[in-house]
Ligand binder design. Sequence first.
Ligand code: HEM
Length: 132
Amino acid sequence: MDLNGWDFVLWIHLLAMAVFVGGQLFLGLAVVPTFIAQGGSDGGASTWMKPIARRFGWVSLGALLVLFITGPMMASHLDLWSETAMNVKMALVAVAVVLTAIHVFIAKGANHMLQGLILLDSLAIVLVATAL
Ligand code: HEM
């Protein structure tokens, strides 16, 4: 076994990816269905849904920042910027950033279709990343 500093950087990148994607899956598969089952905004569920959504937003932002630091470090180190998979990945990352900005600043977190699109885009990023 030959672990070096770059394996550590990849490990941090993958942990941040797990937080970013896993958080979205947990929210979409467990939290939002429970929120809807308890009456959504019309029931009392907003009292716990809003703080969870806000906390999740900050955690996701932190994970994205870590991805945006560790990803370019590895891309430069491995000289991957001109690879097709890297370009496709960056285009999908740009889409995720734009959709997230619309979700947070324009839709104010209320548009479920937008949440689904961000999740699908994130899963596509993970798929393309495996081709790097
Ligand atoms: C500025 C943004 C990003 C850049 C420049 C970047 C770049 C990279 C690089 C260079 C690698 C290492 C490839 C290798 O070891 O051969 C990697 C791995 C990976 N990245 Fe990113 N990344 C970014 C954001 C993301 C995001 C947002 C996600 C997921 C939502 C993600 C998911 C992954 C995964 C799953 C791997 C592991 C692939 C594997 O080892 O098979 N990355 N990334």
